[in-house]
Design a protein around this ligand. Sequence first.
Ligand SMILES: [Zn+2]
Length: 298
Amino acid sequence: MQQMHAFTHDRWSFPLPPTNHFPQQKYRLVRERVERVPGIDVLEGAPITWDDALLVHEAEWVRRIRHGLLTRREEAALGLTWSPELAQRTLYATGSTVAATRAALSHGVAAALGGGTHHAHRAVGRGYCLINDVAVSLALIRLDGFIGKCLILDLDVHQGDGNADCFATDPDVVVASIHGEQNYPFVRVPSDIDIDVPDRTGDDDYLALLDGVLNDLDRHTPFDLAFLLCGADPWEGDRLGRLSLTVPGLEERDRRAITWVRDRGIPLVVTLAGGYGEPIETTADIQARSVTLAAERG
Ligand SMILES: [Zn+2]
């Protein structure tokens, strides 16, 4: 069996005040778990350039995150304080998804051990997301010559408003998001398919909703590429999510989504998106399992 490539950026860290709960250590914990899985090669992707970011984002936003010109209000919306290290890490993190996308097109399946920055809009970032990794990846592979239809299946507990914004007028991208009804973002941009899931929904009801979305997506096939955002934040122990999925329930979620994509022969890029569990080690276990399932399915 061919090795699956998984791209990490976790050695690029940035300063966080002690009061900030962004789980930076998660990326290292996931990488350490994935490195132990036979059949997966963990690599580091090259960073994108600021010009690459301009393929998607408005010049003013790119200038502000490049040069540290964010207002306090913009930093509050991001949930992060700007630093040169944060800007650099963002370029590497996005580069991991770009590398995974190219690897998926060559080998069928690949993963970014990060990514899924689905709250980054064209003109502004928020919710821990500065640059939209999926949008930049798609823009770059289109420059490489990719033409075709793309699916973004977003299973993070938060609605993917940034993806909806970036692809609002793109007829070749279908954005589907299954998310907590009462979760952030409270001002949304509509996707092609949006499923609001009530608070405390458990495995069976959630999986039935997922099956419904997958059935709907069959009306949109064939796809030539799929991005899967395997957020671990629908887990019952997540600090930010309001759903009640168990660890086996999340594994079944990923199995169904990955099987649906790969049974149709669609190249698959797995990204992690969010996950803020207590303890964070369980979140890392869930996210490493998402990546492992993709490798096992091949
Ligand atoms: Zn999330």
